[in-house]
Design a protein around this ligand. Sequence first.
Ligand code: PMP
Length: 355
Amino acid sequence: MSQFWSPIVQTLTPYVPGEQPKLPGLIKLNTNENPYPPSPAVTAAIQAVSADVLRLYPDPDASALKQALATHHDVQPNEIFVGNGSDEVLAFVFMALLKHAEPLLFPDITYSFYPVYCKLFGIDYVEVPLTATMGINTADYENKTCGGIIFPNPNAPTGVSIPLSAIEALLIKQPDVVVAIDEAYVDFGAETAIPLIRKYPNLLVIRTFSKSRSLAGLRVGFAMGHPKLIEALERVKNSFNSYPMDRLALAGAIASYGDEAYFQQTRQAIIDSREQMTAALEKLGFSVLPSHANFIFARHDAYGAEELAAGLRERAIIVRHFKHPRINQYLRISIGNPEECKTLIQTLTLLTSAL
Ligand code: PMP
């Protein structure tokens, strides 16, 4: 009963994740999951965890995982924070680094969890409009007084990326606030900002194992930045939950980084499918934004997005449709395996000729 709710709870509008229906045969292209299983090395590592050790708490500092990440990304372990999915890492970033007297800046069209964290933590924000071509223009963030800046690169749900040079130009203009780059989808073709963290102590890069590492179900995310930024995140984490990373997640995540060949192979397969799917959709009369993610954002020149999404759903394919007026004519379609992509194109061919 809501009279028991604290005042803040009464004001919240929680984030609604893409649905996870359990229908057999469903082609699920709505939550940007990876269509390929995780590396066999991950499966083996998780199976090798003896159930007996689950009696014991995991390492609260996740040292072995931080070491694996540090080696791979050529940084020091004290430049890394790990958490229970990048959503948790982001929550800590908002609380620890982005809440200040001046408003936080992020794009008007972006990951819709950002305003939800702002509400939860009482952070003022200003939405900076994407350009007419649905891109982020960093110049629009350069001369504004703000308490911090966050955006994904590539952006979600557009898939459009910006070059590292634009991020560096922004860091030069805004040296006194944290600039957080959410690189959830960066492995599918965008430029990472990790090489800049030594040069800019206000830069924080956030990553996830959910997309390019096929581990959305394991819940592992991390952030990289100056040790002082990481210390802020550790302070929040250690005021919240000492053990966000369980033993299975630690074992699986470390093993994932040990299988570079599999990572490269699956990542490339998704990039190739994305390019094929883009060409096929354009042939059907869709305009497709240039994507560096594992999804594409497309609108049909003649048919409404809501209608198309409903038509796909009737044929057991689910994609994401957002009601925001600026993007309500777009469909966000995750890249599936080649078979799923083929069925999607066949179904859209049918729908766009029959509607
Ligand atoms: N950032 C962006 C831009 C995303 O789209 C997502 C996935 N919904 C996340 C972060 C969170 O991913 P996870 O919590 O699975 O790491």
